[in-house]
Design a binder for this molecule. Structure first.
Ligand SMILES: Cc1ncc(COP(=O)(O)O)c(C=O)c1O
Length: 366
């Protein structure tokens, strides 16, 4: 049996007719930049995120970059974030000329540990950027409490967690802005790159809209130095086809996670911890196992897709050496990097496939 980490062909088989028709319509009209489909997607993503405004952008990375630019965060500023994330979170802070300041993770959720944030705040701190990793939101109440007390802005990197909740509140709706990615492997993934920023702040919304189009308003008059961060209508129509399926896909991922949780109960496999305040959308199902690298090799040999998110925390990356962190500085992130592995959790998995994945791991560890 073969079980890939993700099977987008299985998803496509179900919606192929609709996707082809929607893409064909864009091509027939040749409305290839902007237009009503972008507006429609923005309205719908704002609605499912319980936010007033949404701005379609070219990727999750550009959602973060646009947010930082629109919030005027740059040289001389510090942004507190987690070292255990995809590169974009930190790369965007650095590209703005701001300084990433890392706070270690909570070993249970792998999200930023709010208890360690306050000591990292200095008079240069402008923002906190929690990342809602693997589909589960960070512990937002204490983060917002510190932010409000110290007058800091909160940017939610919700790239992996669209529609997930914390105390009933949607990802992206708690901070000043929320950033989503439509990278194809996300629960709501496009047919290429795409992203979105959501906010409840009208002034910020207007700035985000200008900034994604070079900072211009009106045409050929530039209020800010922005970029080309526009979302393609081809992506928007594909995402509109997929959107009605999103809740069911996330529910099925949760059911798959429950299945694995039962299978791995009372075994050496540590299953993902979900904070009782959160509903995870399980963009990834990430376990911890002894002899992780051997388990990964064994799964690959048995045609099972798996991946290590992430093998090296951001504070130890070569490009961030100038920040001066060293091994041992953020022990929980470093430990997680050595122990975690993601196994297939996508909605189209059959019971036989899940069983094969779980049994292959358990047999190896016995
Ligand atoms: C946590 C996190 N932040 C940011 C991004 C960047 O999104 P994109 O790949 O769409 O640029 C991703 C996606 O890969 C992500 O997982």
């Amino acid at each position: 049996m073969q079980v890939p980490l993700l099977d987008l062909k299985a998803q496509y088989a179900v919606i192929k007719g609709e996707i082809l028709a929607a893409v064909s319509e864009v091509l027939e009209t040749q409305r290839c930049i902007g237009g009503p489909k972008i507006d429609e997607l923005e309205e719908k993503i704002a609605a499912i995120s319980d936010c007033k405004f949404a701005v379609g952008v070219s990727s999750g990375t550009d959602a973060i970059l646009n947010s930082l630019m629109s919030l005027e965060i740059g040289s001389g500023d510090e942004v507190i974030t987690t070292p255990f994330t995809f590169f974009s979170t930190v790369g965007c802070i650095a590209r703005m000329g701001a300084k990433p300041v890392f706070v270690d993770i909570d070993p249970q959720t792998c999200n930023i540990d709010p208890a360690q944030i306050e000591t990292a705040v200095t008079n240069k701190t402008r923002a906190i950027m929690p990342v809602h990793l693997f589909g589960q939101m960070a512990d937002m109440d204490p983060i917002m409490e510190i932010a409000n007390k110290r007058n800091l802005v909160v940017i939610e990197d919700a790239a992996q967690s669209i529609t997930s909740t914390y105390k009933g509140k949607k990802a992206g709706s708690i901070g000043a802005v929320g950033c989503f990615s439509f990278f194809p492997s996300k629960n709501l993934g496009g047919i290429g790159d795409g992203g979105m920023v959501v906010t409840n702040d009208e002034r910020l919304y207007k700035r985000l809209v200008m900034m994604r189009n070079h900072g211009q308003n009106p045409k050929y008059y530039y209020k800010y130095v922005g970029g080309n961060f526009r979302l393609d209508p081809i992506q928007a129509v594909a995402l509109l086809v997929k959107l009605p399926h999103l809740d069911r896909w996330s529910q099925t991922r949760r059911r798959n996670a429950d299945y694995y949780n039962r299978k791995f109960a009372a075994t050496p496999v540590t299953t993902p911890y979900v904070n009782p305040d959160c509903v995870s959308i399980y963009n990834q199902y990430v376990i911890r196992v002894p002899k992780r690298d051997e388990v990964v090799a064994h799964l690959k040999k048995n045609n099972i897709g798996c991946e290590i998110y992430y093998p090296l925390p951001m504070h130890l990356q070569e490009c961030f050496a100038y920040l001066g962190y060293k091994r041992g500085d953020l022990p929980q992130a470093e430990k997680a990097a050595n122990e975690v592995m993601a196994i297939p959790v996508y909605p189209e998995l059959t019971d036989e496939m899940k069983d094969y994945v779980a049994e292959t791991i358990l047999k190896f560890l016995r």
